[in-house]
Design a binder for this molecule. Sequence first.
Ligand SMILES: [Cu+2]
Length: 404
Amino acid sequence: MITFLIILSIVLAVLAVGQLMRVFEATSKLKGEVSPLPTDAENKYQAKMMLVFLFGYFSFFVWLVARYGEFLLPESASEHGIVLDNLLDFNWYIIILVFVITHVYLFYFPFKYVFNKDRKAYYYTHSNKLELLWTTVPAIFLSVIIVYGLSAWVDITMDETPKDAISIELYPKQFDWTARYAGVDSTLGNSNYNMISTSNPLGVITPASLAQKIAEIEAEIAEFESELSLAPEGGLKQEELTELIAKRNRQREKVKSFEALEGLNRGNDDILVKSEFLIPINREVAFEFRSRDVIHSAYMPHFRAQMNCVPGMVTEFHFKPIITTDQMREKTQNPEFDYILLCNKICGAAHYNMQMTIKVVEEEEYNKWLAEQATFNDGFTVSDETATTEEKSESNEISMIELK
Ligand SMILES: [Cu+2]
């Protein structure tokens, strides 16, 4: 409401000024002041004001950089991030140089060429030399930027994942993340969405989870069948139940086919964690991404890393962290600093709440932490938290309203 009133008063003020100017012009005409042209003194005054504006404009630019520069990301915490930062800085230098040159001229020329009735404008129609110059120079700069960018991209994305890399899967759903570690065998277990249940939110396939899922499906089928025996003949209910039973049967066949998969035991030692995950400094970390529902995007800004998480496919990205959380806290002089994983695709109502804390620690601490985590076979106890996430986001919304 207040915003609307502010906009309304601005519009009315502009209209009022316009009307006043018309009144002013009409009265000057009536008084017989004929010349609509500004005087020499007025022109000189405007010309000087251009220089004042030039100075004010660049002072504001410098102030903005100094005032808000600290809100930019701190130095890159990953090895490849340094390459990206250099690329971005290179772009900034070119942009700022062109910005300064063009804007100095933009305001200096009105000052230098202030109206002079004794001077005749030079009529200049065309110059092939100039055309060539302002086409080739930007073309050369753009080519350099593109070649530099492409080579950085190839460096970052095309290299092989090192054999000793730590495997972590990041699994998003509306609206939270789960991180899955490969465990002692350094290999992530198989997974499939058909296996998803409340006790197995990532659909990890192990002999135990297979047996459990088949039992679950069969229990469901039995339930539908008993309902079907009570349903009236030829009714809609009967049709629905028959369809559901057929669907569950197909799912059971699919799940049963996983029994033939190789390395079924690989998932036994997988470790699933929520809300915070640790990675060791100076070790390559190979991330795999899936998604349970819609497209999410795993964004780790401090590591200059982002990858889409697409339902039905696995995407990958690997990087090497080079600054621990503690070191970064010192560097940023912020004792509460934490690396963060965010969702960077607007995926629904509680999208803003989809995050995980990343802790970069020394390898020793990482190994100790990992050894303390329960494995999938121990019984995965972090159950499906959909309900609690929604509750959490609701309470967040309420506290935000209270803040307003
Ligand atoms: Cu999301």
